[in-house]
Write a new protein. Structure first.
Ligand code: HEM
Length: 80
């Protein structure tokens, strides 16, 4: 997911990661999240790579995401 807005997972942008309190981003990437689809990467990435990924996802996006009321309304449909 190049846009970092999350395919199967949450958006990986500083605005949403900011609420992770006391939890280290690197620990989440290394260990995954128990009982979710979030896999552990500690066996595929070395610590340095995990640190690089953590630093990448805490960098602000060049184009911030927008989601307006009009966007929300355009997803609504009334069936039968
Ligand atoms: C290098 C790739 C990845 C990174 C850096 C990454 C990072 C993260 C982080 C930091 C979180 C916690 C976000 C938060 O609580 O706000 C998270 C959660 C999650 N990730 Fe990933 N992730 C990666 C790959 C994947 C993949 C491949 C999947 C699915 C196949 C996935 C599925 C999920 C899901 C479902 C959650 C939410 C878990 C929950 O409900 O607590 N992630 N990911």
């Amino acid at each position: 997911m190049e846009s970092r807005l999350g395919g199967t997972g949450p958006a990986l942008i500083p605005e949403s990661l900011g609420r992770l309190k006391g939890e280290s981003l690197e620990a989440i990437i290394a260990g995954g999240r128990v009982a979710t689809q979030m896999p552990a990467f500690k066996d595929t990435l070395i610590a340095q790579d995990i640190a690089a990924v953590a630093s990448f996802i805490t960098t602000l996006l060049e184009t911030p995401p927008t989601w307006t009321v009009a966007d929300i309304e355009s997803t609504r449909s009334l069936d039968a």
